[in-house]
Design a protein. Structure first.
Length: 164
C-alpha cells in the first residue's frame, strides 16, 4: 500500500491512533546494507536525555498523523526522505524528566532515500552519528540508567537481537 505522500507501507503495518490528550512520539529505525542501525548522539545541552544516543524521531504535533510525523522527523533530522515503512516494532510508554508526563512512542523500521553515508544532522542537537550492529549495539546504553534503555531495546528488536 502507498499513502498520499508516496510512502510505501508494507502489508500488516498498522499505525496506532492516539486518543485525545495523549502525548505521542515516533521513532524511525534506519538500517544500512550491513544490517546496522543508524543512531545520532544528542548534544550535552539537550534538556531531555542529554549526551545519549538516540534514534531518528520526535513528538507528534497536534493534528499530525504518526506517519506524517515519521516522515517529518526523518527529513528534519537527517535530510533523508521516508520511502517505505517495513515494520511496526510496537508502542512503548515512557516519561521524560521534562515535566510533560507520559508519552506513547510508536517505533518503525523504515527505508529512506538519500545518502546514508552523509546525513544532514541538526548539528546543535545531534553533533555525531554512528551505525550499530550486534557487535557494538551495547554502546547505545551509554549514559543511560538501567531503566532507560529504550533506544537500545528498540534497536535490538529491529535487529532481532535478544536485549542483554
Amino acid at each position: 500500500m502507498t499513502d498520499d505522500c508516496g510512502v510505501r507501507i508494507d502489508d500488516g503495518v498498522e499505525f496506532p491512533v492516539p486518543a485525545a490528550g495523549e502525548l505521542w512520539a515516533v521513532g524511525a529505525v534506519v538500517l544500512n546494507g550491513r544490517g546496522e542501525v543508524f543512531a545520532q548522539r544528542r548534544s550535552a545541552a539537550r534538556r531531555l536525555f542529554p549526551d545519549t544516543w538516540d534514534l531518528i524521531g520526535g513528538h507528534v504535533e497536534p493534528g499530525e498523523t504518526l506517519l506524517a510525523a515519521l516522515a517529518r522527523e526523518v527529513a528534519e533530522e537527517t535530510g533523508w526522505r521516508l520511502r517505505r515503512v517495513r515494520r511496526h516494532l510496537g508502542v512503548l510508554t515512557w516519561e521524560g524528566d521534562d515535566g510533560l508526563g507520559l508519552r506513547h512512542e510508536a517505533d518503525f523500521v523504515v527505508e529512506v532515500d538519500g545518502d546514508l553515508s552523509a546525513p544532514r544532522l541538526e548539528w546543535s542537537k545531534h553533533p555525531r552519528y554512528g551505525w550499530f550492529g550486534p557487535a557494538n549495539l551495547a554502546e547505545l546504553k551509554d549514559n543511560r540508567a538501567p531503566d532507560e534503555q529504550l533506544v537500545y531495546e528498540v534497536a535490538a528488536r529491529a535487529l532481532g537481537v535478544a536485549p542483554g
